[in-house]
Ligand binder design. Structure first.
Ligand code: ATP
Ligand code: MG
Length: 373
């Protein structure tokens, strides 16, 4: 007799885009499909076009159909990688930037977790790092309001405007606090000796308000305001601040003291790339673009044209991005299972050339699938 089951079906958009994106996104898809049936999850995948190659063939980097399918039919998405032309190409603009706008994905979220392998281990002295960097993704210097002119004294000058708003700062802060609580809920289910963070949930606000007292002042005040006026956050989360320069120093010296870190766009960009170096190859590091209604996982690496089509791409960043996507949809158990299968795979020595191994993309992917069972 068949037991009554309630399988949840998730519809996910897959946007491989360019270069190794076309190799690592199918790898992530294969891993999702290999999740044991005990998780009661089924996936329906929507294949979507975007990217520089698509622009070269069809004149658009992001077809309207992709936007519509993602918006109307999908619960989340996985993006591969997009090639950035080395010179300015008329009519071309990055599809990933446009997708973030269309789907209102206002934060970029990057977990920084020490792995049991590779450069990470040596660089870290085997410290148990488990931090989450949240980068505000809609404003700051990235509004690209720059101008250059020759002043009356004959000097060529360039000025960039930096936008910080109360609303964007508050929602980034709120996301940081919510994620700090969600991470705590996951930890509580882990055996104590596996927890990498044992204190109460903590959020660190990064800023430079000793110098930029108006813009960074508004950023920190807005986040503090959310904290002080939300009892759920105030009662359960420790809040601290770090000036961005000392944040860099501490992140490299003692990364194990951070839980959730929230930073304005530019500082967040720099911190999260620095943090990727802490834990090893680009091929290992996942990210997610997160809004209130949609999540899009995206490996941190680019399209790596130098190794595309050679079965050398490390699929782990994309596989972990798929797990991060599930985690942000509230499915932390299958997400943990994927993270663990990846750890086992690395520990057993299945490594692509970027980690000093000889395994192919397909071999690593199959090993992850096997260790999921
Ligand atoms: P793009 O213009 O798309 O950013 P890029 O040339 O900057 O392309 P990146 O993807 O940023 O390429 O990669 C930089 C280096 O890291 C390249 O040498 C690339 O081969 C390597 N690399 C990046 N991702 C991976 C991966 N998943 N597996 C193995 N090597 C990778
Ligand atoms: Mg690059």
């Amino acid at each position: 007799r068949r037991s009554y089951s309630s399988v949840r079906t998730l519809t996910l958009g897959l946007i491989p885009a360019d270069g190794i994106g076309r190799e690592v996104i199918p790898a992530a898809q294969q891993v999702l499909n290999a999740l044991p049936s005990s998780y009661q999850l089924a996936f329906q995948f929507k294949h979507c076009e975007a990217g520089f190659e698509h622009f070269q063939q069809h004149g658009t980097a992001l077809p309207q159909q992709t936007i519509d399918v993602l918006r109307q039919e999908c619960d989340g998405a996985l993006f591969g990688a997009v090639s950035s032309p080395s010179h300015k190409v008329a009519g071309y603009s990055s599809p990933i930037v446009a997708l973030r706008k269309h789907l209102d994905l206002y934060a970029n979220v990057r977990p920084v977790i020490s792995t049991t392998t590779g450069a990470g281990e040596a660089a870290m002295g085997e410290k148990a790092v488990d931090m989450l960097i949240i980068r505000e993704n809609t404003e700051c210097l990235y509004i690209k309001k720059e101008r250059q002119f020759t002043d009356s004294d004959g000097q060529v000058k360039a000025i960039a405007e930096r936008l910080i708003t109360q609303g964007a700062s508050e929602r980034a802060g709120r996301m940081a606090f919510r994620m700090a609580l969600a991470r705590q809920a996951v930890r509580e289910k882990q055996p104590v000796d596996q927890r990498r963070w044992t204190g109460p949930p903590k959020v660190t606000i990064v800023h430079k308000s000793n110098v930029l007292s108006i813009t960074d002042g508004l950023w920190r005040e807005s986040i503090r305001h959310v904290y002080e006026n939300t009892p759920e956050f105030r009662d359960q989360i420790a809040l601290e601040e770090q000036l961005v320069d000392s944040m860099v120093y501490r992140m490299f010296r003692e990364p194990e003291v951070f839980d959730v870190v929230v930073a304005p766009n530019l500082y967040g960009d720099i911190l999260s790339d620095g943090a990727a170096a802490l834990v090893g190859s680009l091929g290992l590091v996942p990210s997610a673009n997160v809004g209130d209604n949609f999540v899009m996982g995206e490996p941190v690496h680019g399209s790596a044209p130098d190794i595309a089509g050679q079965h050398k791409a490390n699929p782990i960043a994309a596989i972990r991005s798929a797990a991060l996507l599930l985690e942000n949809i509230g499915l932390s158990q299958p997400a943990s299972a994927i993270y663990q299968a990846v750890d086992t795979t690395l520990r057993k020595g299945f490594r692509t050339p970027d980690l000093g191994g000889t395994a192919t993309t397909e071999e690593v992917t199959e090993a992850v699938c096997k260790h999921l069972q």
